[in-house]
Design a protein around this ligand. Structure first.
Ligand code: FAD
Length: 431
């Protein structure tokens, strides 16, 4: 019995069924969960729209003078919902083809074998919690004026001015997207840097890029209250001036959807962020109850959710599986251009600046469009990690991750050559 029909739950249910298990999946909202309905998919489509719109307005620099009307947000939203609907339908049919019973309801966990659904008690030998997570809302006066990443996709207009609270990847991505679509944007963060999960030096360059694109960044400040007057939301801080904006996005983190499953979860072991601790068989501290995706204390990213879902099915009904090594998980923040990282990057050899006429460099006036760092062991040359900033960084980091997984050494990168002119030649063939 799988509770939650997001990336993790669907991959687990489909795989388990293909291995001969009798599977029931319970989903209270839409198949596809966060990633498809209110996360990666609509975000990436908005990012693409922002990139095209930003580039279109820079076309004069290459001799094209387009006659652009206003940005049509409704047209974009229609396109996004068509794409989402197509993905939901394909999930529904692949679950049906696999023979998974799908129930559309809220599930309550009663014990390690039983779940209550629409007043009925269902039992299963194995219960999988794949309930994902939800945005955390700041608990300050005026918090009703805050929007979350869920609300962003419902907005009916591009904000005139946007304050993003939280400089993690979700906050920085929406700040970049709405700046590209024409909003005045300010990001505030309580810490002393943005994008804590990414290499500090690279983030310094990323912050320069954000600032060069007109995004104001305020660090080490915490909002204390919000109030609304004359169509604007005023946000006060513990230090420095207030900001008056039309929209405020709260992107201070996400918390796993566990408590609402019922009191049974209270005794289960949790990590600091509330996610369920799991063994290397993805079993929680309650035997027979498993957790995958954002509900588990792993990495809250779709590829981890999908891979762990499949791995759990293999563990329970197949020939076993080794979980994906979290040190080999690539991650990116979709700025213009994106920053992407894998492994450990603290030391390492850095390169920066445009050394080749990269396609992204033609349209842009900024100087730092490319930055990268490859980290390897100084004694053995074994690759340890990399961070890249560049228009294709989010794609290119994947093959560096594969080199890491294969135990590659820095000298291996000099043996082949990359295509010129590309970002890849900053990494491959460089001596
Ligand atoms: C704005 C945003 C952008 C993101 N961008 C990226 C990105 O670019 N790349 C990336 O890798 N990750 C990204 N993520 C993270 C990614 O979306 C998640 O890691 C992933 O969706 C987790 O999948 P999951 O299956 O664990 O949970 P979810 O997809 O959240 O699915 C959980 C499902 O469980 C259901 N559920 C919960 N409780 C119950 C219950 N009691 N009964 C029945 N059903 C229940 C929910 O309705 C939901 O459908 C993004 C997230 C956000 C919010």
């Amino acid at each position: 019995m799988v509770i939650g029909g997001g990336s993790a739950g669907i991959s687990c249910a489909t795989r388990a069924s293909s291995l001969g298990a009798k599977v029931c999946l319970i989903e209270r909202k839409n198949l596809g969960g966060t990633c498809v309905n209110r996360g990666c998919v609509p975000k990436k489509l908005m990012w693409e729209a922002g990139r095209v719109w930003k580039d279109a307005r820079e076309l004069e620099t290459v001799g094209i003078a387009p006659n652009l009307g206003p940005f049509d947000l409704q047209a974009l939203k229609t396109r996004i919902s068509d794409k989402i609907e197509a993905i939901r339908e394909s999930y529904a049919s692949s679950l049906e083809d696999a023979g998974v019973t799908v129930l559309r309801a809220d599930a309550e966990l009663l014990d390690d074998k039983q779940v209550r659904v629409k007043g009925r008690i269902l039992s299963a030998k194995n219960i999988v919690l794949a309930t994902g997570g939800s945005p955390i809302l700041l608990d300050i006066p005026g918090k009703d004026l805050l929007s979350t990443s869920r609300d962003v996709f419902e907005w009916t207009e591009i904000p005139k001015s946007l304050l993003v609270i939280g400089g993690g990847y979700i906050g920085c991505e929406f700040a970049s997207i709405f700046r590209a679509l024409g909003s005045d944007v300010c990001i505030v963060d309580a810490g002393d840097r943005l994008l804590e999960q990414f290499d500090e030096v690279a983030v310094g360059h990323a912050q320069d890029i954000l600032t060069a694109r007109g995004i104001k960044v305020r660090l080490s400040v915490e909002p204390t209250s919000l109030s609304k007057t004359a169509g604007k939301i005023t946000v006060e801080f513990d230090s420095g001036p207030a900001e008056a904006v039309t929209h405020v996005l709260c992107a201070v983190g996400r918390s796993p959807n566990i408590d609402e499953l019922g009191p049974v979860t209270e005794s289960m072991e949790r990590a600091e962020n509330g996610a369920l601790k799991v063994t290397d068989r993805l079993e929680t501290s309650a035997s027979g109850i498993y957790a995958i995706g954002d509900a588990a204390d792993r990495l809250p990213l779709t590829p981890v959710a999908t891979r762990d879902g499949e791995a759990l099915a293999d563990i329970l009904f197949g020939e076993g599986a080794r979980l994906v090594d979290l040190d080999l998980v690539s991650s990116a923040t979709f700025l213009y251009p994106p920053i992407a990282q894998v492994g450990e990057t603290e030391s390492g050899t850095a390169f920066d600046g445009i050394t080749t006429p990269l396609p992204s460099g033609v349209l842009s006036a900024e100087t730092i469009e490319v930055y990268g760092k490859i980290n390897s062991d100084s004694a053995t040359g074994q690759l340890k990690g990399a961070v890249l900033i560049g228009h294709s960084a989010a794609d290119e980091i994947a093959w560096i991750a594969s080199c890491l997984a294969a135990g590659g050494r820095s000298e291996d990168l000099t043996k082949a050559t990359a295509v010129h002119p590309t970002l890849a030649e900053e990494v491959v063939g460089r001596r």
